[in-house]
Design a protein around this ligand. Structure first.
Ligand code: DSN
Length: 422
């Protein structure tokens, strides 16, 4: 197929129109290439997805759904959305898929909109124990508009206690129960949550943003058979464009679609919808399944390396793409660790640990994830080296070691270029 020279990204046009922003984009590309990207919710999306995002699909208004739009001229964008919906249903074995949420928070807002009314009781994992802002934080719509009953992890095991979840559910009879987290390194027992939801007559919503890519790659069990609704982002392990998506049972399809549009959103971002379709195609390949498995193997190797360096893994390890690392044994706060790692070209985030004595702005831990380094092709020996870099960086109180660690980081990442240089 011939490529129209005007189909999409034209960096020279940007450089001549706005050299200031062009140089920021190039500097950000260089930052991504030249350091270690260990934020558990980030990844390197493919050139195919990037081309889709930079395409003229961005120009089209398409309020509504395929063949039921409020604008003319939607024949081509309809095709992209239908292809994406069918790919999502096939990949996840779901009855229904909605690709329009602009983000994970938008997807979650739509799920609330479909199933609960302001004032209703919703049960979700506490943010302090690994939940998400939209799971009931006081500063978020969820905490402002709903009566949130939180559950957490046990102090001794640092894992969800399903007996406690059941007891809280029986006491408060929530209308909706949410499971899923942003900083919980262990598998979630979806069957146990389903049984609890059934016992109290609640909707079960799984916020699978962090781990849906592992599900797509068949590396961990799927929540889809158990949940009424599964929400997620498309840019984490799944490696697609920045955005959100919702899967649900057939009986909830109309409610979910109406909650996304027109209740929570107007026009969908059709370039992002098309990018999600591309990512779903990529995620349905054997190569992606191998990737998803390696993400977990790498996270386990990185965690073991950090434990060897004197740090403590919350819950003792990980089953997923991320680890939550308690730095109290080495006397460093999460905030200091984040800054020190940044100086050594290691990008990660400070994180509260369960029962944290520090305020969230400081935190006793860091969260590390392996989606991006695994996309680069790194494996277990590299993770051991990365653990050594982190260990030296977090202990580098006066910054004297930062330059030499950064140089070694540079040597490692040059072996695994994130995006090949043109
Ligand atoms: N901010 C995302 C994360 O880093 O986990 C969740 O929305």
């Amino acid at each position: 197929m011939a490529t129209d020279t005007f189909f999409g990204p034209d960096f020279e046009a940007l450089e001549s129109t706005d050299p200031e922003i062009a140089s920021v984009i190039l500097a950000e590309l260089e930052r991504q290439r030249s350091g270690l990207q260990l934020i558990a919710s980030e990844n390197f999306t493919s050139p195919a997805v990037l081309a889709t995002l930079g395409s003229t699909m961005s120009n089209k208004y398409a309020e509504g759904y395929p063949s039921k739009r409020y604008y003319g001229g939607c024949a081509e964008v309809d095709k992209a959305e239908v292809i994406g919906i069918e790919r999502a249903k096939a990949l996840f074995g779901a009855d229904h898929a909605n690709l329009q949420p602009h983000s994970g928070a938008s997807a979650n807002l739509a799920a609330y909109g479909a199933f609960v009314m302001p004032g209703d009781t919703v049960m979700a994992m506490s943010l302090a124990h690994g939940g998400h802002l939209t799971h009931g934080s006081k500063v978020n719509f969820s905490g402002k508009w709903f009566t949130i009953v939180p559950y957490g992890v046990r102090a001794d095991t640092e894992r969800i206690d399903y007996d406690e979840v059941r007891a809280i559910a029986l006491e408060h009879r929530p209308k909706m129960i949410i499971c899923g987290a942003t900083a919980y390194p262990r598998l979630i027992d979806f069957a146990a949550f389903r049984a609890i939801a059934d016992e109290v007559g609640a909707i079960l919503m799984v916020d699978a943003a962090h781990f849906i890519g592992l599900v797509a790659g068949k590396a961990i069990p799927s929540p889809v058979p158990y949940a009424d609704v599964v929400t997620f982002t498309t840019h984490k392990v799944l490696r697609g464009p920045r955005g959100g998506m919702i899967l649900c049972k057939a009986e909830h399809a109309a409610a979910i679609d109406k909650a996304v549009f027109p209740m929570m959103q107007g026009g969908p971002l059709m370039h992002a919808v098309a990018g999600k379709a591309v990512a779903l195609k990529e995620a349905a390949t054997p190569a992606y399944q191998h990737y998803a498995q390696q993400v977990i193997i790498n996270a386990q190797a990185l965690t073991a390396g950090l434990i060897d360096e004197g740090m403590r893994a919350v819950s003792g390890g990980t089953d997923t793409h991320l680890a939550l690392i308690d730095l109290q044994p080495i006397g460093v706060t999460g905030a200091d660790a984040e800054v020190r790692c940044d100086a050594a070209r290691i990008t990660l985030n400070k994180n509260a640990i369960p029962y944290d004595p520090q305020p969230p702005s400081i935190g006793s831990g860091i969260r590390v994830g392996t989606p991006a380094t695994t996309t680069q092709g790194m494996t277990e020996p590299d993770m051991k080296e990365v653990a050594g870099f982190i260990s030296r960086a977090v202990r580098d109180a006066d910054g004297s070691a930062a330059a030499s660690i950064a140089a070694e980081v540079g040597d490692l990442v040059r072996k695994y270029p994130a995006y090949p240089r043109g």
